[in-house]
Design a protein around this ligand. Structure first.
Ligand code: SF4
Ligand code: MG
Length: 325
C-alpha cells in the first residue's frame, strides 16, 4: 500500500528557524520515501551534528543522531552489518567537509550502496554562523568579523576525485527536483552523494533564497521576472551524467571534463541535477562477496551472537588470539 506523508512524519516539535532551507530537504526526503516501494522499517537515517542532524527526529524511520563528523562511519557500519537496510546519511557542510572530510573521501573509495545528503549552507548554523569549508573566499556573512580568509572546498570535485559513483546537486526550495534526485540517489547501485544548496536565513545573509532566485541579477527581458541562478542541467541542456558501459578511455575523459566544467560553474549560473553516474564500478558488497560467499545470506546482523544457554559466542579472554589467526 502506498505510504502517505503522514506515515513518514513524526509528531516531534520542529525547531528549525522559520524560512530555513532544511524544511525543504525534510519535505523532499519524506515525499521521496512515500514514492518508492520500500518498508519504512528497513530505512535507517543517520545524521551528524548541526541543524541538519535533527531531521532524524522528524522522520518516521529508524533514526540515529550520531557524533560530529562521524555520520559516515556509523552509517557505513550499519549498512555493512545489515545490507538489507536502506541507509541514508544526512549532515551539514561543516560536519561533513570539516571534521568529517576524511570519512567522506574514504567512503567514495568503498562505493557502499547507500546515500549521503549534505545540507550545504556554507556556514556552521548551529554554532552561530562561523564560515564552513564551502563558504567562498572573501565572503563576509553576518557572523564574520572579517571576510572569509580561506578558499572554499568544491564538494562536486572532491566527490569525483574520491570515487563516488553518483554525484548530484539540488536546491532545497525546488522540492520536486530534490525529491526526484533523492529517489534517483536511492535507486543508484553504489554510493550516491547529493549536495543540497540550503539557504540559512539566520546566519548566511549572502547566499539567500533571493540570491539563489537571482533577484539581484538583470531580469528576463520578456517577463521582467528574476532568472534563478540555479538551472536544471539535465533538462535544459543535452548533458547526460551517465557513464555507459564500454566507453574507451578518451570518451571517459571527455565525460569527466564535462563534469569538472559543471562543478566549477558558480556565481550567476549554478547547475543542479545528477552530474555524474557510473554503475560500472563494483559495489562494496560485490567485492565482499568475492571474499565471503555467504556475506549477503548471512551478514553480521543476522548471525547469532549467543549460544543456546544465553552465553556469548565470543570468549573475550580468547578474542585477541582468535583475531590473530
Ligand atoms: Fe536553519 Fe540556519 Fe536556523 Fe540552522 S541556524 S535552523 S541552518 S536557518
Ligand atoms: Mg552548514
Amino acid at each position: 500500500m502506498a505510504l502517505k506523508l503522514s506515515d513518514v512524519k513524526t509528531a516531534v516539535h520542529n525547531d528549525w528557524c522559520p524560512g530555513c532551507g532544511d524544511f525543504g530537504i525534510e519535505a523532499s526526503l519524506q515525499m521521496a520515501l512515500t514514492e518508492i516501494p520500500i518498508d519504512l522499517h528497513k530505512v535507517a537515517l543517520f545524521s551528524g551534528i548541526g541543524c541538519s542532524g535533527k531531521i532524524v527526529h522528524w522522520t518516521n524511520t529508524f533514526g540515529i543522531h550520531t557524533l560530529h563528523g562521524r555520520v559516515l562511519p556509523f552509517a557505513q557500519g550499519a549498512k555493512l552489518a545489515n545490507p538489507d537496510l536502506e541507509v541514508i546519511a544526512l549532515g551539514g557542510d561543516g560536519d561533513g567537509f570539516g571534521i568529517g572530510v576524511g570519512h567522506f573521501v574514504h567512503a567514495g573509495r568503498r562505493n557502499i550502496d547507500m546515500t549521503y545528503i549534505i545540507h550545504d549552507n556554507q556556514v556552521y548554523g548551529l554554532t552561530k554562523g562561523q564560515a564552513s569549508p564551502t563558504l567562498a573566499l572573501g565572503t563576509q556573512t553576518k557572523s564574520l568579523p572579517e571576510p572569509n580568509i580561506n578558499s572554499s572546498l568544491n564538494p562536486i570535485m572532491l566527490a569525483l576525485s574520491a570515487g563516488f559513483t553518483f554525484i548530484a546537486r539540488s536546491y532545497s526550495f525546488d522540492n520536486r527536483h530534490l525529491k526526484d534526485t533523492i529517489k534517483r540517489a536511492i535507486a543508484h547501485k553504489g554510493f550516491a552523494f547529493v549536495d543540497v544548496l540550503q539557504p540559512c536565513p539566520t546566519y548566511n545573509d549572502i547566499n539567500t533564497k533571493d540570491w539563489y532566485a537571482g533577484e539581484d541579477l538583470p531580469k528576463d527581458e520578456k517577463t521582467n521576472r528574476a532568472i534563478p541562478r540555479y538551472y536544471d542541467v539535465e533538462k535544459t541542456t543535452n548533458f547526460d551524467p551517465k557513464i555507459p558501459p564500454g566507453l574507451d578511455e578518451e570518451q571517459v575523459e571527455q565525460k569527466l571534463l564535462q563534469v569538472i566544467g559543471l562543478a566549477r560553474q558558480w556565481g550567476e549560473k549554478i547547475p543542479i541535477g545528477v552530474l555524474y553516474q557510473n554503475e560500472n564500478v563494483s559495489t562494496y558488497d560485490q567485492r565482499m562477496l568475492k571474499r565471503i560467499e555467504s556475506y549477503l545470506t548471512s551478514p553480521p546482523a543476522k548471525q547469532s551472537v549467543v549460544e543456546d544457554d544465553g552465553k556469548s559466542k565470543v570468549d573475550l579472554t580468547k578474542l585477541s588470539d582468535q583475531l590473530r589467526v
